[in-house]
Write a protein that binds this ligand. Sequence first.
Ligand code: UN1
Length: 515
Amino acid sequence: MHNGALPDTEVLADRARTALERCGVTRLPESVGAPGAARSPITGQTLFPVEFDTPGSAERAVAAARDSFTSVWRDTPAPVRGQLVHRLGELLREHKADLAELVTIEAGKIRSEALGEVQEMIDICDFAVGLSRQLYGKTMPSERPGHRLMETWHPLGVVGVITAFNFPVAVWSWNTCVALVCGNTVVWKPSELTSLTALGCHGLLMRAAADVGAPSDIHRVVLGGAEVGEVLVEDERIALLSATGSTAMGRAVAPKVAARMGRYLLELGGNNAAVVAPSADLDLVVRGSVFSAAGTAGQRCTTLRRLIVHEDVVDQVVERVVDGYKQLRERIGDPYEESTLVGPLVGERGYTAMREALERAEAEGGQVLVGGDRRLEKDAGDAYYVEPAVVRMPGQGEIVRQETFAPILYVLTYRTLEEAVELHNGVPQGLSSAIFTQDQAEAERFLSAAGSDCGIVNVNIGTSGAEIGGAFGGEKDTGGGRESGSDSWKAYMRRATNTVNYGGELPLAQGVRFL
Ligand code: UN1
């Protein structure tokens, strides 16, 4: 079928096959069980069938990863484990374009964002290799003579990783690269929308493993939907479950993992806002907010969803942001096109959610200033391209407090900074936030304990596009987990406190006398 301005589905399928082959995946998984399919949001059509796992085959994958943990990986010195991630980093540099191609085909990301996502993988590889020589434990002075007190960090076991469609490679790599250098093995259940991308990542990691002599079962990928993910939730051999997705998913998963005393690390929804103060540099506001709100077609956890603007500058800000959005209107479509800035939504659900949210916003007194219309419907009826929307709201009602995974930016106004912070924190989610201001004291107040309640708090940049060096994650309904840089690695290890007596006596702590 020819889609006018869009590439043919057959062409996309061929490109996907070639990219997979180049990553080292020559055969798609067969007959493991359930029938599945790979599809592309670019045309909305199926590329080709892919076999999904069954709960039984997923359990076997967990068993294999557990064996590999106990028999080899936990005793492999951390710097040697780092060599595996180092090799993966080299292969990612070599195959950056191939993996980005799969991300574009399955997640619909524009080329530069898809390449940026693979760059994020390369960056975390570099970070994790350094980390492999820095899994530091502290030593503390003992209160007893002839004693040494210290802590040692050990791997946990098998880490289950569940990822979402919107960052199909980077979020896997944050978890997996860190988990592997920490001495864990990994079972990965990617979104069922991005199976090919996952196979590409797994293919590269298996090549890296073969090159450095690591066992192949250090990493297994299990494909499919919730029933496959459920195995990772329930299986006691999954020591840590790191899951990215909706708050509803997190609420379902967390109590089950907690009931078996497993650990979990959750990266859930965001409802990120930027406060625009009267002193703000409006050039920065426009660039920062248009990228954060409309980039990735509004499908990042870190997407800017609320702009909280001081009354004195709101008309100016709105005019300039809407201008920016009008320019975007010419640049919606085929994510392969160099000039495209907004690719498709991943599917119909996002589109329906966007339509419903816009209707509800209007019912709550909002005014849609730009966007909201569907595009390219005639060229590809199964694909969902939309114009990113800006909606001026009279207040922070129900719909603004929800996360709609689509490009809608709500504009609210404030008078005092206290009021801005109250609005800002007055949503259930707590991932990312920003303030645009030239007033240092105001910026510091936003960064302080009484300011933003999010895990990420920025000044004069948007809410999305975090670097890997910092810890990534958020509070409240966002789930509380931290991944990626800083000391996030500690979530992937267990701490042992060691007291060593090298003196000839055995004094008891706290002055206790016994025998
Ligand atoms: C996500 O949307 O799940 O900060 C992750 C960002 C990216 C990661 C987003 N580095 O926008």
